[in-house]
Design a binder for this molecule. Structure first.
Ligand code: ATP
Ligand code: MG
Length: 389
């Protein structure tokens, strides 16, 4: 069967229509995100109407391509391919008959709305008129409630819009609607998924990657995190990342403290640096891919011992998820295979055989006092690089 193609789509948003006075702000964020996602396809306009948007392209696209593109734009509840017609009944009747799907649906109805109240027919009259035309032409059964096919007609001042099957969008809030966060992005499976969750809730996400330069395969680690950021670009992640070499700082920490506390101090170092970079970018929170109890360092005590070093909130969107659930998302968004790329994780660098699972905060502070933590943070920050991906 030939798929539907069109130059236009009508977009419906879910949650953002609930936001009252903030609505124009959310709508701007969504229209900006849509424009960015379709930029390379000859975008003409994202037209904002009350409660929905119409996207106009220069060239028609197939339904599959539309779905691929708009499927990564958070804030879209659903959308339909759409067609423009002149806002008069003869033109609408002709257009609707021409555009009917080839496969007969179990039932249908026409749903009309008018933004232009000077149009001579009311919405119910438009519905009856066009419904009768479709029925005469096809004999398809009419059903007003839960029809299998809803033909949507929207009459505006200069044109009318016809749309048919709805395609699900990804939901969530448009990127930009909720502020900015710094993502601690390792090369693992979890942190890209954590980043996705915050994109979905409308945040600009700034990736920050630590590697063990000048030791180990830090280049592999950096290349892997770059690929991960690239893979998340369609979802609206920032098109750059920070890389911070901390190999020397890690080595210094290891000679000064008991080895079971290394990982906690590495993390406290990372969190402090990430916070400084995030603040530089006007971000207000950090995000990690931690999930409670997943590894020895992710106990409540471990989390508390790291969190104490931060002054921003640390968001952990995966905290209640099983590895299997996280892997399923990573596979769907394409970051899973990248975690298998070569490269040394800096937390594995100088990794002790055992890690303290129930650290006591006083003890952590006591141990950290043996290091010159402030200097280590400053030195690492001097080496931090902001790179385009
Ligand atoms: P991931 O799969 O995200 O690496 P993980 O299950 O391997 O997570 P850890 O290695 O304990 O867990 O790391 C916990 C979190 O700490 C990561 O999700 C990430 O947010 C952060 N993190 C760890 N290593 C790095 C790194 N090298 N650079 C940036 N953030 C890191
Ligand atoms: Mg990891």
């Amino acid at each position: 069967m030939q798929e539907r193609i069109s130059r236009h789509a009508v977009i419906h948003y879910g949650e953002i229509s609930l936001k009252g006075r903030n609505r124009p702000f959310f709508e701007r964020a969504l229209s900006h995100a849509i424009a960015q996602r379709l930029e390379d396809l000859g975008l003409q306009q994202v037209e904002r109407l009350s409660g929905r948007m119409i996207v106009h392209l220069e060239q028609p696209l197939g339904a599959t391509t539309w779905a691929e593109r708009l499927g990564t734009v958070f804030g879209i509840a659903n959308f339909s391919l759409a067609y423009l017609a002149d806002p008069d009944m003869d033109a609408l009747r002709a257009a609707i008959l021409e555009l009917l799907p080839a496969n007969p649906p179990a039932s249908f109805r026409v749903r009309a709305s008018r933004d232009d109240k000077t149009f001579p027919l009311t919405s119910p009259e438009i519905e009856r008129d066009l419904g009768a035309a479709v029925y005469e032409h096809t004999q398809w059964p009419v059903q007003l409630k839960d029809a299998a096919l809803v033909i949507q007609v929207e009459v505006l001042r200069h044109h009318a819009i016809l749309s048919f099957e709805k395609i699900e969008g990804p939901g969530g809030l448009p990127v930009g609607a909720s502020g900015r966060v710094g993502l601690l992005l390792s090369g693992g499976i979890d942190s890209p998924v954590a980043g996705l969750m915050l994109l979905k809730r409308g945040c600009h996400v700034i990736p920050i990657h630590f590697h063990s330069r000048p030791f180990g395969n830090w280049m592999g680690s950096e290349a892997r995190s770059r690929e991960i950021v690239r893979t998340l670009l369609p979802y609206g992640i920032e098109p750059f990342f920070y890389t911070v070499p901390i190999g020397r700082q890690q080595r210094e920490i290891t000679v000064q403290i008991p080895d079971t506390y290394r990982v906690i101090l590495y993390r406290r170092l990372m969190v402090r640096i990430a916070e400084r970079l995030t603040r530089r970018e006007k971000g207000k929170a950090l995000v990690t891919g931690e999930s409670l109890g997943q590894v020895a360092s992710q106990t409540l005590e471990g989390i508390a011992a790291v969190e104490q070093a931060a002054s921003m909130p640390i968001l952990r969107p995966l905290v209640g998820m099983d590895k299997k659930e996280i892997v399923a998302i990573a596979e769907r968004i394409g970051t899973y295979p990248l975690s298998l790329m070569e490269g040394d994780d800096c937390c594995q660098f100088l990794m002790p055989r055992s890690v303290v699972t129930r650290p006591r905060l006083e003890q952590v502070l006591d141990i950290e006092a043996r290091t010159e933590m402030d200097r280590l943070v400053e030195e690492a920050l001097e080496q931090a690089k902001k790179q385009r991906v």
